[in-house]
Design a protein around this ligand. Structure first.
Ligand SMILES: C[S@@+](CC[C@H](N)C(=O)[O-])C[C@H]1O[C@@H](n2cnc3c(N)ncnc32)[C@H](O)[C@@H]1O
Length: 281
C-alpha cells in the first residue's frame, strides 16, 4: 500500500472537518496515516484514495462513523485535572442548590440537569455523578439527570456500558471511591446502577442542533473545542450559552479559555479553577 499523498491529505482533512468539525492542519498527515491505514487493510483496498471513494459511496454511513471512531482522540481519565471536580462539589453545586431552594416550594425536589457534551468513554460522566453523591450523600431530595453525548459510536457505547479495565481505573479513580461505586468482575470494574441510573447516553455531533435537549444547570464541555477552528469554537460556546440556565455553569478543559470565544459568557475563578457563567450573574 502506498503512503498518503499531499492531495489525498487535503481531501481527508476536508472529510474529517465535514464529519466532525475537527481541523487537521498540515503536519497532521501522520494522524490520517496511522489511524485510517487499518481500514485500508481491513477492506483489502489499494490505498487511501480507494478508501475515500468507498466511504463516499457507503450510503449506510457506517464507514464514515468508523472514520469518526478512529480519527477522534478519546483521551480521558477519571477526575481529570481533579480541581474542576472540587469546584463542582464545593462551589457550583452548593451555589445552585441555594439558589433553587429560594425559588422552589418547601419539600420540592431540586432539579439538577447536567450535560457532559463530549464524554468520550464515560470517565467524566461517572466522575461527575460520584462527586454529586459524595457531596450530597442522600440524593432523594434531588431530581438529577445527566445527559452524556459524544460523536463516536464506540466511545458512547463504552460510556454507556460503564465497564472499565484496571488500566483505565488506575487513571484517576481513588481506591475508596472504586470500592464504593464499582462492582469488580474478574479483571474489570462495572459502575454500580445506583450511579449509572442518573445518566442517559446519546451519540451526538456538537455541530448539530442541540436546542431540543432543553436547558442545563451545568455543562461540561472539556477538551473537545481545542480541535475546532476559532470560529467554530466561538459559535459552539454561544450555542451552549443558550441552553444554559441563567445561573448555570460551564466547565471547559484546564488548558482551555473562552477569552475571545464568547460574548455572552464570563469567567469566574474558584481557587485553582475557572468556570463560566452568563454575563451579569
Ligand atoms: C479528548 S476527549 C475529551 C473527553 C472528556 N471530555 C475529557 O475531558 O476527559 C474528546 C472527545 O470529543 C469527541 N468529539 C470530537 N468531535 C466531536 C464533535 N463534533 N461532537 C461531539 N463530540 C466530539 C471525541 O469523540 C472524544 O471522545
Amino acid at each position: 500500500m502506498s503512503g498518503l499523498r499531499p492531495e489525498e491529505f487535503a481531501v481527508y482533512a476536508k472529510l474529517v472537518r465535514d464529519l466532525t468539525g475537527i481541523t487537521l492542519d498540515s503536519g497532521k498527515e501522520y494522524l490520517i496515516e496511522t489511524r485510517l491505514e487499518p481500514m485500508v487493510r481491513e477492506l483489502s483496498l489499494k490505498g487511501f484514495s480507494d478508501l475515500y471513494y468507498r466511504i463516499k459511496a457507503d450510503s449506510t454511513g457506517a464507514l464514515a462513523r468508523k472514520v469518526i471512531d478512529r480519527i477522534t482522540t478519546q483521551e480521558t481519565s477519571f477526575f481529570r485535572d481533579s480541581s474542576p471536580f472540587d469546584m463542582l462539589k464545593f462551589k457550583i453545586i452548593p451555589d445552585l442548590i441555594d439558589a433553587r431552594r429560594k425559588t422552589l416550594p418547601a419539600g420540592a425536589k431540586i432539579p439538577l440537569r447536567i450535560w457532559s457534551a463530549a464524554c468520550s468513554t464515560g470517565q467524566e460522566v461517572y466522575s461527575i455523578l460520584i462527586s454529586l453523591k459524595e457531596v450530597l450523600r442522600d440524593l432523594s431530595g434531588y431530581s438529577i439527570r445527566l445527559l452524556a453525548t459524544d460523536i463516536s459510536d464506540s466511545a458512547i457505547a463504552h460510556a454507556s456500558r460503564g465497564v472499565y479495565q484496571s488500566g483505565e481505573i488506575m487513571r484517576g479513580m481513588p481506591a475508596d471511591l472504586l470500592a464504593r461505586y464499582f462492582a469488580s468482575d474478574g479483571g474489570s470494574y462495572k459502575v454500580k446502577d445506583e450511579i449509572r441510573a442518573y445518566a442517559s447516553f446519546k451519540r451526538w455531533n456538537l455541530f448539530d442542533d442541540f436546542s431540543a435537549f432543553g436547558r442545563f444547570d451545568i455543562v461540561f464541555c472539556r477538551n473537545v473545542a481545542i480541535y475546532f477552528s476559532d470560529e467554530d469554537k466561538r459559535r459552539l460556546f454561544e450555542r451552549i450559552g443558550r441552553v444554559m440556565e441563567n445561573d448555570g455553569a460551564l466547565i471547559v478543559g484546564s488548558t482551555e479559555s473562552l477569552l475571545g470565544s464568547s460574548q455572552s459568557l464570563e469567567a469566574k475563578r474558584h481557587l485553582r479553577s475557572v468556570y463560566y457563567q452568563k454575563k451579569g450573574v
